[in-house]
Unconditional design. Structure first.
Length: 342
């Protein structure tokens, strides 16, 4: 992991808040529309809502979203570049406690008065009547994949849709381990329902084991098609855009399936999935070749972003040389199966 130099808070103020150097007076000029509307340090520009005010403040500061993200991280608040981009464009708004703390820090970093941004936040926006139960909680990218800057960068490049647009009713993963004890294939099936109108795509993330050479490859897409794909072979990462059969209206459901060919590597010891939103039912099956049945197999669960298990449960490997986990009402977090050979 690369070290990051600490940011100087004083350098993250708006240009207008810095002390002017003495010099000859400049000729008077009429303010341009952009200059007249940009928020200055110490006062709030009379613009519309939260997104407009944040956007103008960021533009006036001259700071990139990545520098703002790094400055927030130095103060103990992790917000992805994707999330910041959504906030400034009005695609989502801060609602969780950690996000609201980030807003107060943004006011300080951008040289705005206290509550200049937070006072513009209205109540949480409704996502449709189907979303009331399932999408009251969804995590940002930085919570699901902490420290994975490559994923955040790709999500920004592909203009990732908000996590709450699709309600996951069911996810079924079937993972296959061959006779050489290597995972070689994943078959995935999802049943989803739209919580807003006009949903036509989603992004999926697959990461190979550290010992693997190459990236997972998505194949055999059914009830949809493969859109743009971004690969990072140096870290075994694939992020792909899946285009649904048709744009979904509010409350419409669909089913899509695909397979993932896993690059070769050393013996595979686990498979897991990370959840940003609740799932009504998650089923994970691991199928072992009869020549490579492990001696021990267990389920594990982790809190979002955690490195330590908060739950373990021994699993039975049946006569079919497979083990499975059923997780009804799976909440955001991390769940998987790990195994070991004698």
């Amino acid at each position: 992991m690369a070290a990051q130099q600490p940011q100087d808070a004083a350098r993250l103020r708006l240009v207008g808040s810095r002390a002017e150097r003495p010099g000859p007076p400049a000729p008077a000029q009429a303010p341009t529309p952009a200059a007249a509307s940009a928020p200055q340090a110490g006062r709030l520009a009379p613009v519309g809502g939260f997104a407009d005010t944040l956007h103008l403040a960021i533009e006036a500061s001259g700071l990139s979203l990545d520098r703002i993200r790094a400055a927030l991280a130095q103060r103990g608040v992790r917000v992805s570049v994707t999330t910041l981009s959504y906030w400034r464009r009005g695609r989502s708004q801060p609602e969780r406690a950690s996000s609201l703390r980030a807003v107060h820090l943004l006011e300080e970093l951008l040289g705005l008065p206290h509550s200049a941004l937070s006072s513009l936040l209205g109540p949480p926006r409704p996502r449709g009547r189907w979303a009331a139960a399932a999408n009251t909680l969804h995590l940002g990218l930085e919570d699901v994949w902490p420290g994975e800057l490559e994923i955040a960068s790709i999500f920004t490049e592909l203009d990732a849709p908000p996590a709450g647009e699709l309600e996951r009713l069911s996810i079924h993963d079937s993972y296959y381990v061959d006779a050489q004890r290597r995972g070689n294939l994943l078959r995935m099936r999802q049943v989803v329902r739209a919580t807003v109108g006009g949903v036509g795509r989603c992004l999926v993330v697959h990461k190979a084991d550290e010992e693997a050479t190459g990236c997972p490859e998505i194949t055999a897409v059914r009830h949809g098609r493969l859109g743009r794909v971004r690969r990072r072979p140096e870290v075994g990462l694939t992020v792909a855009e899946l285009m649904l059969d048709r744009p979904l209206g509010l409350g419409d459901s669909t089913v899509f399936e695909y397979e993932v060919e896993i690059p070769p590597g050393g013996p595979t010891l686990e498979y897991s999935r990370r959840f940003a939103t609740p799932v009504r039912e998650y089923v994970l099956q691991v199928h072992f070749d009869p020549a490579a049945v492990p001696a021990h197999c267990e389920r594990y669960d982790r809190e979002p972003g955690a490195d330590v298990d908060h739950r373990r449960e021994q699993l039975w490997i049946g006569a079919s040389a497979s083990a499975h986990v059923l997780a009804p009402d799976q909440q955001p977090g991390h769940i998987g199966i790990r195994w070991e050979w004698a």
